[in-house]
Design a binder for this molecule. Structure first.
Ligand SMILES: O=C(O)c1cccc(C(=O)CC[C@H]2O[C@@H](n3cnc4c(=O)[nH]cnc43)[C@H](O)[C@@H]2O)c1
Ligand code: ZN
Length: 362
């Protein structure tokens, strides 16, 4: 897994290299929660190539090595085009179940104890997958993953904003109709491009989702300015912000996020891969921390961005100059900002503390 940063002219000393190796090993074993990761965007190269081989009409490469080039994006719009070509490969409830189960297995390998996985049910139902069969598939995988890997999954259903209000209506219906709504659903989101897709138009849909007990977690400020984050807060009553990268341009917004405990779901490598930020060293994560904003670390669409959650923690540790305790605090931020109940939060925090103390014991 490579840290896609700009080059560092001074080569690390042997001591620094050993410290970095130790920190990577610490991160690999650290119990973690993930709050911003997409369902289809988490499909491993093996699953994507398997599905592509099944569907010969697809332009997605069948060779996992060729996927590396295919997952190299010129800009955010290109990323969404490629993302939708992978969505097109998921055609049956069995594809949905397999994908969800395998995503959970990859998470468990990284010691992810809890994840809120963003799913776009509209993209599947509009492609002809029966809505009940879709919900059964994700729920079946969720229960199997918890029983077999100990990884607890919860769902965030997001509106693909660019698909318009028809998509918003369908998503809120699936999220609030007791006959179809899955047990694991906890939140309601908004994804896709932001340019030309103003957030306020989605207010009535978020109002309905919130009235039905769901938490509001839209993407905002990933590819547009801080005004979009304000809209997410004021119009969509966001409790966390997906990315929120451009918040750094507005000190009042940073102060507001800090004061109200609104967490940012930061996904550093994603921002470079989609070219939303030029280089990792220019990523505003440091400014968020300095302003007292609750920062959580996430992987977004890990195989598409050549990353995983462990690598994102390593990137954050480098950018924020953190040692093991600092990294453990970041992991606790995600627990704090999650929609787990109090007992669930305490259980993961205890695990983080026990693991960290054992690691640092002389
Ligand atoms: O499914 C369709 O037919 C469809 C039609 C028009 C537009 C769309 C979308 O815009 C889908 C966007 C899709 O992208 C997902 N996603 C994954 N990573 C990110 C991200 O970093 N920022 C924003 N969106 C992202 C999102 O969950 C949507 O499913 C679809
Ligand atoms: Zn995202």
């Amino acid at each position: 897994m490579s840290d896609q940063s700009s080059d560092h002219s001074a080569a690390p000393t042997a001591g620094q290299a050993r410290q970095a190796r130790d920190l990577h090993a610490f991160i690999a074993g650290l119990p973690k929660a993930e709050l911003h990761v997409h369902h289809v965007g988490s499909a491993s190269p093996r699953i994507v190539s398997e599905l592509a081989a099944r569907h010969s009409d697809s332009k997605v490469p069948t060779d996992p090595e060729a996927l590396v080039d295919y997952f190299s994006f010129t800009d955010f719009a290109h990323f969404i085009d490629v993302y939708l070509s992978v969505v097109d490969l998921i055609r049956t409830p069995e594809d949905v179940r397999l994908l969800t189960y395998e995503v959970a297995r990859d998470m468990a390998r990284q010691q992810v104890r809890y994840a809120e996985l963003t799913i776009t049910p509209f993209s599947s139902t509009r492609r002809g997958i029966d809505e009940r069969a879709f919900m059964d598939a994700i729920e079946d995988a969720r229960k199997a993953a918890e029983a077999e890997f100990g990884t607890v999954l919860r769902w965030c259903f997001d509106i693909p904003g660019e698909a318009g209000l028809e998509a918003a209506e369908e998503t809120v219906r699936l999220a609030t109709d007791d006959r179809v709504r899955p047990e694991g659903l906890v939140s309601f989101g908004l994804g896709g491009p932001e340019v030309g897709v103003p957030r306020p138009q989605f207010r009535p849909y978020f109002d309905r989702a919130i009235a039905a007990g769901l938490r509001s977690v839209p993407h905002a400020g990933e590819t547009t300015g801080p005004e979009t984050v304000w809209d997410a807060l004021n119009e969509l009553r966001a409790e966390r912000i997906g990315h929120g990268t451009s918040s750094a341009q507005d000190p009042k917004l940073l102060a507001h996020l800090a004061e109200h405990g609104i967490a940012l779901e930061v996904c550093p490598t994603s921002n470079i891969a989609t070219r939303a930020v030029r280089t990792l060293d220019e990523h505003p994560i440091k400014e968020f921390v300095r302003a007292g904003v609750l920062v959580t670390i996430n992987s977004d669409d890990p195989p598409m961005f050549g990353t995983d959650l462990n690598n994102e923690y390593a990137v954050a540790a480098r950018l924020l100059d953190l040692d093991e305790r600092g990294v453990a605090d970041l992991a606790k931020n995600a627990v704090r900002a999650s929609f787990l109940d109090t007992a669930g939060k305490a259980r993961i925090n205890d695990e983080i503390d026990t693991y960290t103390s054992a690691w640092l014991a002389p």
